[in-house]
Design a protein around this ligand. Structure first.
Ligand SMILES: NC(=O)c1ccc[n+]([C@@H]2O[C@H](COP(=O)([O-])OP(=O)(O)OC[C@H]3O[C@@H](n4cnc5c(N)ncnc54)[C@H](O)[C@@H]3O)[C@@H](O)[C@H]2O)c1
Length: 154
């Protein structure tokens, strides 16, 4: 399969691209390289890559792929707290647009990474409602739980 991995330079993506390539897939990465200067050790990744922000991806970028694995995100809590609206913009709004663009481009599979943060934090009462989860979940997690109108709750 021809697979586009967004966020392919990250912690998970940098392993996943090699794993998928080793399985015989034709893998292309897409990343802004937000942390391009901060790699540990050797960076010998030769994955063909598109240097682009997921917020700018269109259906034209996705045509010809069989699958999109969507890992690009602001994925840690301190970064999410810095400006929650940036996090909503990338983790929620851009992810929805990317999925819609993938569908429009005829991509048959779309894998969206989740996060255990969606299930809350230790000490949260059992049965915490979706509404209260939206209000209290970390900005990196709540965009995956809540709709766009709830962005003001975090
Ligand atoms: N690492 C974990 O233990 C873990 C656990 C559960 C879920 N996840 C989820 O898996 C996904 C990947 O996590 P990770 O740990 O590899 O994150 P990471 O921060 O290491 O990598 C994210 C990558 O996405 C890129 N990126 C961020 N915003 C972008 C944008 N707007 N356009 C294009 N590229 C952009 C960054 O440059 C980075 O290379 C995230 O959605 C994260 O929430 C991670």
């Amino acid at each position: 399969m021809r697979i586009l991995v967004t966020g392919h330079q990250g912690y998970i993506g940098s392993v996943m691209t090699r794993y998928l390539a080793a399985q015989g897939h034709d893998v292309v990465g897409l990343d802004t390289a937000f942390f391009g200067d901060c790699v540990f050790g050797r960076n010998d990744d030769r994955t063909p890559a598109i240097n682009k922000d997921v917020r700018d991806v269109t259906a034209d970028d996705l045509r010809g792929f069989d699958a999109v694995v969507h890992l690009a995100a602001l994925a840690n809590d301190p970064l999410g707290d810095l400006n929650p609206d940036w996090t909503y913009d990338i983790n929620h709004r851009a992810s929805v647009r990317l999925a819609q663009a993938a569908k429009a481009a005829g991509v048959e599979r779309f894998v969206f990474s989740s996060s255990c943060s969606m299930y809350g934090a230790p000490g949260w009462p059992m049965g915490t409602s979706r509404r209260s989860t939206c209000a209290t979940a970390a900005p990196t997690a709540s965009p995956r739980i809540c709709g766009p109108t709830s962005s003001s709750t975090t």
